[in-house]
Design a protein around this ligand. Sequence first.
Ligand code: 0GY
Length: 300
Amino acid sequence: MDPDWRPFHPSPSKPAFIPPIGAVDAHCHVFGPGHRFPYASERKYTPCDAPKEKLNALRDHLGFSRNVIVQATCHGADNRALVDALQTSNGFARGVATVTAEVSDEELARLHSAGVRGARFNFVKRLVDVLPVDTLVKIAERIEKFGWHVVIYFESRELAGLYDLFSSLPTTVVVDHMGRPDVTRPVDGPEFDLFVRLMRENPNFWTKVSCPERLSKSGPPGYTDVLPFSKHLIENFPDRVLWGTDWPHPNMKSHMPDDGKLVDLIPQIAPTEELQKKLLIDNPYRLYWPEIFESIRIAE
Ligand code: 0GY
């Protein structure tokens, strides 16, 4: 398959916003390099190689300390690039893997010791051949004992049909990119309200207030149409939100964002230091580094 990617931004700006010390980028990817970690044959797009060294350099440049690396569909359920990045991270990266219904307990344990703390299920129809409904239920029950959570990615128009299934999940559930709202609709309208209801009625649900570049119609650098949605979720669920760059922005067709400018949006959606600390420190540590979170709390 020919590459259909835009290269990630070659020289992102230095953000004016300085994240709190220890901040976590809780949604980013590593891809390939393809000659070492080949892309999945069933993939719907071919990403640009985005090796761990580049991710680590970006993390430092943006003023972050840790990453949560998320398996994307272009690598299918072959988690080797992810595991390699985790195992060489000195504990500064944790991961979210994709597993099949046939995964063994030994494999789950191996992924856990590499640093995986969640399993991702992609319900975006343009990205997968079959929606992982059965796998989700089976795996959610099995990963509970590892203390893992489920990550789900879906289009907002699918939520009504999936609402009961999602609400039945026993683990913590993290929703990617705010459930992909149509940001041309009002933030207090019925569509986004269904997502807010999912969060309100299910205290085990968290969401990433990520990807303005993917959701925006108004475009860069301000992504002003997306910000009210992120702000609303942070204000209403300050203890269940995560933030991430989504570097290297796979499958982005319209434009490639400047990651420094994405970081500069944080104070607009989380205007107080308290909210910023929850978003970038407390929440991601609670989910991905609970052992460190406890020691921070004792120190405070
Ligand atoms: C993202 C978004 C996308 C891709 C994937 O797993 C994936 O391939 O999630 C997308 O195309 O919206 O989070 O990276």
